[in-house]
Design a protein around this ligand. Structure first.
Ligand code: 5GP
Ligand code: MG
Length: 192
């Protein structure tokens, strides 16, 4: 049985901090202003891809000034591993109507681009007035499909990161910064 002490997310498990808590706070504020300006006075229908975008969406949407409707979509592609298992699966779809609405799709990381391009295609079939995408992190070097987000928090190198919503085997989402796990923590078999 693992002790609670071992399960606590901690900065000590990080090899390196890539984006600090204060950098996130500042960027989320400016990103909110960029989004408010880009949508003009229009109401936004925000669609967050959970679980990863949960913390980012919660902070970002409070920096956006116009009225917002919120829904979540669940997509699984990584499961408990640090590499993609291929095609993203849409596990839980939208529950609110997005026809003729201005949609803002929120995700944690734009990596190969497969997830966001699949979700954008799904959303476009529902006849929204417009679709824009916003990601907290962009790993430009990893793209496998041609896709760019309209709003990007930070461009980061090709490294597997955790924190601020991003997990490894569902842990570390509550770290307030974003960083790289120490290598010996990246594949402990008892976490799978
Ligand atoms: P894509 O379909 O663009 O390859 O993958 C996007 C999804 O993969 C993200 O929503 C996220 O769930 C996961 N992902 C990609 N890179 C990372 C990473 O560095 N850390 C974590 N925790 N998840 C990642
Ligand atoms: Mg995700």
């Amino acid at each position: 049985m693992r002790t609670t002490k071992n399960l606590l997310p901690t900065y000590q498990d990080l090899e390196e901090i890539i984006v600090s808590e204060s950098m996130i706070r500042r960027r989320v504020r400016t990103l909110g202003a960029e989004i408010s300006a880009a949508f003009g006075g229009e109401e936004i229908t925000a669609v967050a891809i959970i679980n990863g975008a949960l913390l980012f969406a919660a902070d970002l949407l409070r920096e956006v000034r116009q009225p917002i409707r919120l829904d979540c979509i669940r997509v699984s592609s990584y499961r408990n591993e640090t590499r993609s298992l291929g095609k993203p699966e849409i596990v839980h779809s939208l529950t609110i109507d997005i026809a003729n609405r201005h949609v803002l799709l929120l995700d944690d990381v734009l990596d190969t681009g497969k997830t966001l391009s699949a979700v954008v295609n799904l959303i476009k079939k529902l006849n929204p007035a417009s679709v824009k995408t916003c990601v907290l992190l962009d790993k430009k070097g990893r793209r496998e499909v041609d896709f760019e987000a309209d709003f990007v928090g930070f461009s980061i190198p090709d490294q597997f990161v955790v924190g601020y919503g991003l997990d490894f085997a569902e842990r570390y989402r509550n770290l307030p910064c974003i960083g790289v796990l120490k290598s010996h923590l990246q594949n402990p078999p008892e976490w799978h």
